[in-house]
Structures are given as C-alpha cells and as structure tokens.
Design a protein around this ligand. Structure first.
Ligand SMILES: [Ca+2]
Ligand SMILES: [Ca+2]
Ligand SMILES: [Ca+2]
Ligand SMILES: [Ca+2]
Length: 402
C-alpha cells in the first residue's frame, strides 16, 4: 500500500506479522486485488464494494500472519445495498469465508463513536508502493507488501463538496466519507488547509496516502476499524493547486477518502448477525454446552434480550461485552472478544458469538464466561451492574479419564 514519505524499503512503513495487523488481508477478485479487514466474528472481511464491479460474487482472501501465509476462497459477497459508484457512496462490501480464519489472524471491532474527524488514524494495505514526492511506482513488480502509514481525518468529504461545488464531480453523502490529505509539512501541499482552512501539515515521516490496491483497507483508530479506503483525488480550485503534478498518483497534495464505518455500523452488525449459522432465536434454544470440535473454530452463542420499553421507537440500545477465562483459556480454547452490542430500532434481542477452538487433544470439559456491562437505554435491574453467562466446552476427544 500506501504511498509514504520515505521509500517502501523503509521498515517503518511495513505492517509486519505478529504486531496486530494480521487480520488485514489481501482480497483478489476478477484479476484485480484490494485490501480487507477481518471483523469480530472471525468469518467476515470488510472491504470496498468497487472491487466487485461487473457483478463479481467471489473472491480469494489472502492471509499473512505470524503462522504463515494461507488463502481462502469466498463465494459469498454482500454489497452495501446503497452502494452508489458514481458518488462513491456506501462503497462497502462484506466477504464471508467458507470456514474459519487462521487463529493467528487478528479479529477487529468497529470504531463506533462519531468523533473521528480530527483524529489520527493508522491505515494498512497491500497497495502498490510509492512516495509522496514521486507518486506511486508504476514499475513495481514485486510481491504485494503490507504497509502502514498514518494520517489525520481532517474533514467530512461533504464539506469539501460544499467548498468546491462543481469543481468536484461527485457528491458524498453527508457524514459517510472522511477525507485525509497527503502532507509534506508545507502549506503549498496542504490540500485541506488550502480548500477548507484546516491547516494541518502532516505527521512527518509517519504520513502516507492510499494507492491502487489499498482499496478496502482499514484505517484504525484505537485499534478499531474506523474507515475503509475508497478512493483518492487530485483537486484544485482557482490558484489552489496543492497536488504538484495534477495527476492522481498519490503524491503530496492529494486527498483520499475512507468510508466511515460508524455511519454504516448497523448494516455491518446486522449482516454479520444474519450470517451466524444456527444462531438461537429464543432463550430455550441457546446451547450452554458445546462440543469442542476438532479443527478450525465453531460458535458458542449468547442471546441478549431487552424486555424494557424504549424512550422512543428509534432509540438504539447497547451493552458492552467481554469474554473471561474460566478453566478455558483465551487463545487456546476460545477466541476472546470484547466489544459493544447494539440493538437497533425494531430489535429486542441479538446474539453475540464466540469462536470455540477445535483440536484433537483430550482435555477436561472447560468453561469460560461472558460479562455484559454498561447498559445504555435500559438497566439490568436494581443494583445489578453486570450480567454473566457461562459456556462449557465439552471434550470430544478420546483418552480422558476423570
Ligand atoms: Ca494529512
Ligand atoms: Ca493537511
Ligand atoms: Ca499527483
Ligand atoms: Ca476435539
């Protein structure tokens, strides 16, 4: 990915394995590729819809983790239903793996607050390398390399449209896309400084911008997925020509846009929930004891129900949740999760899924816990601050004698 300030051979820009980026994957479809990010269910990869133009409905997901490289084919691609290619709105897609992801691949939560603008983010991708001064390297023919760089989400893209008017040939939906510019520390190349008077001249050697192949890649705030890389642009207005060469090639002075994940979190959450296999829909169907399985992961479900009354029909309710070790140990027996569950308008219940790790080692039956806290828009009952549920992973391998 990523055009950076220094050359791609500079180790500072590499998103090496084992340091938290192993859930950032390469997604190839129809002879091209982009980038994607593995979400909290361990099955769905969030990426850009425009990778699937022409009705493509399959993809290959390439993992690169501390445990090595592997790839998985997906035959299940869901395009955000409001995707509008002419304006690059809702440029999001979900790609489900046919089975579980490598355990070494990080799973990520969504960044859910709406305070992204003004924050520094780190973005990661497999795009063609380049530098801010020379632009993307057309001659690069090596293997795709996973790189990272940082930038600041300076503005909502719709603010730029308001300023540039017909000088910008597309209309971003208000609140749905975020802009960052590629700075080199000078006012001359500070695009959003010139257009919107947002004078922020960059993060020095940490600054970067997306290039071709980074499409669909994540921008992280606090380790959560806040943006999905969508496109870059070379814009000008009158005397303001921040891009030195006027060509879209990821040089200093260009602007890139990320789809704003918080804006689309309902579609993402509900799509993932709808895809859980055999998820319970009523309390009596919840399985509290689950066979461990022999390979990959399988789901243990927790069903959260709201029995109160909303203050208004469109109120969004939420709780925070986190798994906790009992005799079962995270990373060995199950995949720990720690996130926020939202109940959107019309919903009175939803499932949380935890991946149980299968193996063929005889063990005792083991338990782990799910703690649910911080109810927003309801309470757990007088004096109750936490709900806890337990699940038992049943040994299904021979040889254990109690
Ligand atoms: Ca910048
Ligand atoms: Ca700037
Ligand atoms: Ca340029
Ligand atoms: Ca087993």
């Amino acid at each position: 990915m990523v055009a950076t300030v220094t050359a791609y051979t500079d180790i500072r820009n590499r998103a090496l394995t084992g340091v938290g980026y192993d859930g950032v994957v390469r997604v190839s479809a129809g002879g091209y590729y982009g980038t994607g990010v593995l979400l909290y269910d361990g099955r769905a990869v969030l990426t850009a819809a425009h990778l699937f133009t022409g009705g493509l409905s399959s993809a290959t997901v390439h993992f690169e983790t501390a445990a090595g490289k592997s790839e998985k084919v997906s035959q299940r691609v869901l395009i955000e239903p409001h995707y509008d290619p002419a304006n690059s709105n809702s440029d999001l897609a979900l790609v489900w793996l046919s089975d579980s992801s490598p355990l070494a691949a990080d799973r990520y939560q969504l960044y859910r607050s709406s305070d992204e603008v003004g924050q520094t983010m780190t973005f990661v991708g497999y795009g063609r390398p380049g530098t801010g001064s020379a632009g993307v390297m057309p001659s690069y023919s090596g293997d795709p390399i996973r790189q990272k760089a940082s930038n600041v989400f300076d503005a909502d893209m719709s603010a730029l449209k308001t300023q540039l008017g017909s000088g910008m040939g597309w209309t971003p939906l208000t609140g749905s896309q975020m802009a960052a510019d590629f700075d080199d520390g000078t006012a001359a190349h500070d695009a959003l400084g010139q257009f919107l008077n947002l004078r922020e001249t960059g993060l020095g050697l940490g600054e970067g911008l997306i290039t071709t192949g980074d499409s669909g890649g994540p921008a992280f705030i606090q380790g959560r997925v806040a943006g999905i890389a969508s496109y870059s642009a070379s814009l000008s207005q009158g005397d303001a020509k921040p891009d030195a060469d006027g060509v879209v090639n990821s040089t200093f002075g260009e602007i890139a846009a990320w789809q704003r994940v918080s804006y689309d979190q309902q579609w993402i959450d509900q799509s993932l929930r709808a895809a859980y296999p055999n998820a319970p829909t009523k309390p009596e169907d919840v399985k509290k004891q689950l066979p461990e399985g022999n390979s990959g992961t399988s789901y243990a479900y927790f069903l959260l129900q709201f029995t109160g009354v909303r203050t208004s029909p469109d109120q969004i309710l939420s709780v925070d949740y986190a798994t906790r070790d009992g005799t079962a140990v995270k990373g060995q027996d199950y995949v720990s999760v720690n996130g926020t569950l939202k109940l959107y308008p019309g919903e009175v219940q939803a499932v949380m899924a935890v991946e149980i790790i299968g193996d063929t080692r005889p063990e005792a039956d083991e338990v782990f816990y799910m703690d649910v806290t911080n109810p927003v828009g309801g309470s757990f009952g007088l004096g109750v601050v936490m709900l806890t549920a337990m699940r038992t992973i049943l040994n299904d391998d021979g040889g254990w004698i109690a």
